[in-house]
Ligand binder design. Structure first.
Ligand code: FAD
Length: 152
């Protein structure tokens, strides 16, 4: 089996981010990497997500430079993968961030399970209105993509 790999165009990368709502969010703190699977929604150069407090949020607050990797695997071994390099921004519940937080919520709530999965913690009770959940944005700086196709 021979594979050909090509660089995806910017347009293809953005299209894939628009279509895919699941990826791997990587951050780094004190020289240590950390990667977790997350759901997100991409809109106009921004990936929006939902989370409970925890390591990834603490680390992204310390160092907002993050990346988000998304892939698609197709029949016969073909695949496409996109890496978005960006900056973490928390969307707190205050006047300054109200519009963007609402925008994140309105995009995320269209997808089944987004709330539940971002809220789950081992041994934790389900979230309530008082829970310290948070919305965040990842503003895209750069995006790259590669696509592999089987050629024989
Ligand atoms: C399909 C899918 C979608 C998800 N979507 C979301 C989402 O939208 N939002 C969201 O917040 N979370 C989501 N999660 C859960 C996410 O991957 C993390 O497990 C969760 O957010 C906790 O991360 P934390 O950094 O707060 O961990 P903490 O609760 O602070 O725990 C840190 C410790 O737990 C370990 N740990 C944490 N998460 C994982 C993991 N996934 N696998 C192995 N070890 C782990 C760390 O290595 C570390 O030792 C999703 C998971 C899956 C599989």
């Amino acid at each position: 089996m021979t594979m050909a790999i090509r660089t995806m165009t910017h347009h293809e990368c953005v299209e894939m981010l628009n279509a895919g709502h699941y990826g791997h969010l990587a951050c780094c703190n004190d020289g240590k990497p950390y990667v977790v699977p997350v759901y997100f929604v991409f809109d106009a150069r921004v990936a929006y997500g939902f989370s409970m407090p925890g390591r990834k949020v603490e680390w992204m607050r310390e160092n907002p430079r993050v990346c988000l990797q998304v892939e698609e695997r197709q029949l016969k071994g073909s695949w496409r993968s996109v890496i978005l390099d960006g900056k973490f921004q928390e969307l707190p519940d205050n006047d300054a961030w109200h519009e963007e937080r609402l925008h994140a919520w309105s995009l995320l709530q269209k997808h089944r399970d987004w709330w539940e999965i971002g809220s789950l913690k081992p041994d934790a009770v389900p979230p309530s209105h008082a829970s310290p959940h948070l919305f965040y944005a990842i503003y895209m700086n750069e995006v790259t993509g590669r696509a592999a196709t089987q050629i024989d």
